[in-house]
Write a protein that binds this ligand. Sequence first.
Ligand SMILES: C[S@@+](CC[C@H](N)C(=O)[O-])C[C@H]1O[C@@H](n2cnc3c(N)ncnc32)[C@H](O)[C@@H]1O
Length: 284
Amino acid sequence: MPRLSRHYDVSNRFYELVLGSSMTYTCAVHPDAEASLETAQAAQYDLVARKLELEPGFRLLDVGCGWGGMVMGAGEHYGVKALGATLSQQQAEWAQKAIAGRGLADRAEVRLLDYRDVPESGFDAVSSIGLTEHIGRRQLGAYFWRLAAKLRPVGRLLNHCITRPTTRERARIGGFFDRYVFSDGELLGVGTVVSPMQNHGLEPRHSENLREHYAMTCRDWGENLEANWEEAIAEVGLRRARVWQLYIAASRVGFEINNIELHQVLGVKLGRGGFSCMPLRPSF
Ligand SMILES: C[S@@+](CC[C@H](N)C(=O)[O-])C[C@H]1O[C@@H](n2cnc3c(N)ncnc32)[C@H](O)[C@@H]1O
C-alpha cells in the first residue's frame, strides 16, 4: 500500500469517529471559545472562501480535497463550480457519495487524481488546505508554479498548512510521527513556504497564524476519539487507536507551546501591469 494510502485509506468510519460530521482533517477556525467543531470547521471553509472572494459562477480548484468539505461548502454557499483532487480512493468515494446525497452534482466534483494531473486550467481560485505538508521543500517551487499555472490572471491561491515556528529547523517530521502517522511529511517555517510562492508566479498578500485554533481542533478530535473509543478500536484495532490518541494529544501540545503553527497565506497571480484586483483593505 502506498504510504499516503496507509494514512488516509484506513477506514472512513474511523475518520468519522474522530473528525465528526464535517469530515475535515485540518485546523478549524473557532469564532468563539464555545463553538462546536462543526461550527468551527464551517467557519474555516467560510474564511477560505472569503479570502478568495468566491462569487457565484466562479471556478474553484481545491487540491488535496480530503472528503470534499471545501468543494461542497463552496458549491452550496457560494454558488461556485468546484473541483477537488485527492490521492485517497476512500476519500474520493466518500466525497462522491456525499456530493450526490446533498444534490450538489452540478456544482461540486471530487476526483481521485494527483493535483499535478488536473487537466483543466483558468480557475478563478485555488485552495490548498493541508496538502503542502505532503509536498516537501524541494518540490515547493514546482508546486506553486503548477498552482499559479492553474489560475487565470488576478486569480487567487489560499495556501493553508502546518508550519514550523522558525525557518532554521529540520523539515522532516521524523520520530514517532514519521514512523507511525505521516510518512514522508515535511513541515517548514512560513518564510520557507512564502519564498517559493513569490518566486513562482504568486504575489503574497496576507498571512495569518491560526495555531491556537489548531490546538482547539485537536482538543475536539481527542474528545471525539475518547467518546467513540470502543468503536474506534473495533474499526482499526487498539494499536492504531492508541497511536492516534498520542498523535492528537502531542499535536495539541505542539500547537499550544508553539512547536508547530498553522499558516494561511493568500497569494494572487498578477494581471497585466501588476494589476491584482485586490481591495484596498481586506474584506474578510
Ligand atoms: C490533511 S488532508 C487535508 C484534506 C482536506 N483538505 C481537509 O481539510 O479535510 C491532505 C489531503 O491531501 C491529499 N494529497 C496528498 N498528496 C496529494 C497529491 N499529490 N495530489 C492530490 N491530493 C493529494 C490527500 O489525499 C488528502 O486528501
